[in-house]
Ligand binder design. Structure first.
Ligand SMILES: [Ca+2]
Ligand SMILES: [Ca+2]
Ligand SMILES: [Ca+2]
Ligand SMILES: [Ca+2]
Length: 435
């Protein structure tokens, strides 16, 4: 074995443990809806790399960035979008404050010792008028079967100083947590995606008291591999419902219809027959502008169950059209190798909801440095989407959000980079992309 192939072999061994984060582990095969998982041939994407200007806002350290999640949050409620993000390796939640339109303060630390944070959201959990932060922590980001997940609420003192509260721990690893009043008692509750490993759940935490941070956990679905929970009023009855994405060979999307009192009707709305489909992200947006929130779904995770990681021909984006009454219809949007972090945004402001997605690890063997890392799927108004390449560099962007980051008021993107294998070049930390 040559030195070169030896080092590659060593890398593969090292990565074998890494990739198991996403890999399944021989589950019984559930009943699956028959669905087309290999897309029809698509025409080449439009080159639009000059459309957006990328700007790095993050502060690089000696380690490659592990930005697991970025969120646009006006944390200090001064009318300007800020960026809050998770550094999973440093176990930190950090903040880049927009001080004036297009001007940003340096990165600031909001909370340390967050134990492998991979998702952050905001909500005023204690009802005192300021935004608190919800942090989902895996403790160990790479494969682990122990019940080591932690749900943190970071309590804001009103001046953006945060006190962490562990509201749930010794539980399967948590990867997403969102707030809504799920039982209609006026207090914000939480929906959780608990990836776990052999065991995982979709659950919700009822905000019960008597203490400010007391919650009672209810399991909605006992299945490993949860990635996202998305809360929206999907059936239009003015109560918050939950949609959830399950990866790890289940490759399914679930819908939990809420009666408004915290009783949920569970329904699987979609499942792939392909265990290597690579589910990677779920978000909501009204794609066809009919007043009903639809779901946007990416599949781009190339880490299993196949032994060889990397891009797959079926990776890409799709949306579930909300037909009303809890019914959803599947539509393919288009291909994208390594798709992660899908979001709805009318990027060109023509009145039609577009879809933008980040992409990562589509160049697993470092043999095609021209892979795309942000793709825009432009909607013609009839939900026909044309792919536009927004950038190829930096590589390996796994998280994306939308915000307003300059004086123009136009929608802009924010992305985070996550670098787990060499070469450690073409990296980005936290970047904004504006017109
Ligand atoms: Ca602000
Ligand atoms: Ca608060
Ligand atoms: Ca409640
Ligand atoms: Ca709709």
């Amino acid at each position: 074995m040559s030195n070169r192939s030896l080092s590659r072999h060593a890398l593969r061994l090292a990565m074998a443990s890494v990739v198991l984060l996403w890999a399944g582990c021989g589950k019984p095969t559930p009943a699956r809806a028959l669905t087309k998982t290999v897309p029809a041939a698509d025409s080449a994407p439009v080159e639009a790399t000059g459309l957006l200007t990328g700007r790095e806002l993050g502060t690089f350290t000696e380690l490659p960035p592990w930005i697991a999640h970025v969120r646009t949050i006006d944390l200090d409620q001064d009318g300007l979008d800020d960026i809050v993000f998770c550094e999973a390796q440093d176990n930190e939640i950090r903040w880049i404050r927009q001080t004036a339109p297009g001007n940003f303060a340096p990165e600031a630390l909001l909370a340390a010792d967050m134990s492998g944070p991979v998702h952050v959201e905001s909500a005023d959990m204690d009802g005192d008028g300021d935004l608190d932060l919800l942090v989902s922590s895996m403790t160990i980001v790479f494969p682990h079967n122990d019940r080591i997940g932690i749900a943190f609420i970071l309590e804001n003192d009103g001046q953006q100083n945060f006190t962490p509260h562990r509201i749930l721990e010794k539980t399967s690893r948590i990867v997403d947590m969102r707030a809504a009043d799920l039982n209609g008692d006026g207090r914000l509750d939480l929906a959780l995606a608990q990836f776990g490993y052999d065991q995982g759940e979709i659950s919700w935490l009822e905000h019960v008291g008597p203490g400010q941070w007391d919650f009672e956990r209810h399991v909605l679905l006992d299945l490993s591999g949860a990635i996202n929970v998305v809360i929206d009023d999907f059936d239009g009855d003015r109560t918050p419902d939950i949609a959830a994405l399950m990866s790890q060979q289940w490759e399914e999307v679930y819908y939990f219809a809420n009666d408004g009192r915290g009783n949920f009707r569970t329904r699987r709305i979609w499942g792939s027959t392909n265990e290597d489909y690579g589910s990677s992200g779920l978000s909501s947006a009204d794609i066809n502008r009919d007043g009903r929130p639809d779901l946007i779904y990416s599949n781009g995770d190339g880490f299993g169950p196949s032994a060889t990681p990397g891009p797959r021909p079926w990776h890409g984006l799709q949306w579930f059209e909300n037909m009303g009454g809890g019914a959803f219809r599947y539509h393919r949007i288009g291909p994208l190798s390594g798709a992660y972090g899908p979001a709805g945004v009318d990027l060109d402001q023509d009145g039609h909801m577009d879809v933008v997605s980040a992409a990562a690890y589509a160049d697993w063997n470092s043999q095609n440095r021209e892979v795309v890392s942000i793709m825009w799927f432009r909607n013609d108004g009839n939900q026909n989407f044309t792919r536009h390449v927004l950038t190829r560099e930096p590589k390996d962007l796994i998280t994306l959000d939308v915000g307003t980051f300059d004086r123009s008021g136009k929608p802009a993107l924010v992305t985070g980079g996550f670098y787990i294998y060499p070469p450690f070049d073409k990296m980005g930390r936290v970047m904004i992309w504006h017109r």
